[in-house]
Design a binder for this molecule. Sequence first.
Ligand code: GAF
Length: 382
Amino acid sequence: MNTELTAYITKQFQEKFGENPLIIHSPGRINLIGEHTDYNEGFVFPAAINKGIVTAISKSNSSTCKIVASDLEETYEFALNDIKPIPNGQWRNYIIGVVGELQKRDINIEPFNVVFGGDIPKGAGLSSSAALENSVVFGLNELFQLGLTKEEMIAISQKAEHNYVGVRCGIMDQYASMFGEKDRALLLDCRTLHADTYPLEFNDYQVMLINTNVSHNLVDAEYNDRRAVCEKVASLLNVDFLRDATEATLGTIKNQLSESEYQKALYVIQENKRVLDAGDFLKKGDIKGFGDLLFKAHYGAQHQFKISCKELDFLVDQAKENPNVIGARMMGGGFGGCAINIIKKQAVNTFSTNISKKYKAQFHKDCSIYFVELSQGTHRIN
Ligand code: GAF
């Protein structure tokens, strides 16, 4: 948790609204392996990180809600009886969405004020949007004593994204941000919402993130298209979700699918298995076996599910050539954002310097390198 950021947001709130707010911290997330499996009711392996959103919130004396997006120096004022998606509303829709979804459930809230800010790099695929949604729903739950469970809150955050932002996302980001545990990753079954937690002990190795600085944008129709393909194949197989398909059952309808649809469904089936295998490798302490699954997952994301981009492919190719990196892949929804690498601790400095130079020479722009700690999920600070 970033204490300077918390102090700054608190001060801004006090200056703007003249009151002491509740403070909520909600983290972003990484994902070790398992992309586009969550909305197929499959398996994912995320962890909350020590970068997040700080939201200061209190009741308002006026008839409207006032929101300050501190990092962007933007404000937004709205009335609770006029909640609808805002065209190109960006961050506003995450907040309006949470309010709208509460109202759909006949949960009454009164006007409130918010100042929020964060230290999650934007567009890096580290789920700043889920962190914002979670912090707002958590804050409202505290403020108005709504009695919502964490499961109910993440469902509200997810629906806000579907219905107000337009991304039919799965539950991974909201889950990881809400339920994250310090120093542990969560192998989550997205059907039952049961997670086994794993300490991230890689001995001589560690996680390193490299941001392509290609801003992925989930509103991009590509994400929803992938979900639609998965749903089409599931329906042809007479199952609710691809979680219930196997390579063998998929083979029986191959002639009803285009090659592209077949490969995408095959990727999901194989990726689900990779997540479970990744858990087994970690249990056995087989870090190399674990790392190799990351390379395989990237191959699938690049060639089968087709959610990578040339910058991510370049980073993973560079990692493959370096014996000190035992696994790397694109992370998150795709089309930009970060590559996650499992790298020998001693090699971090040299690899960072080399990859930064090579990336710049290749794409004439900088990549950014982050090291993260695994942290506690959404919680109230004061
Ligand atoms: C995004 C979505 F929000 C998640 O639900 C998940 O599908 C992910 O992309 C891909 O694994 O982060």
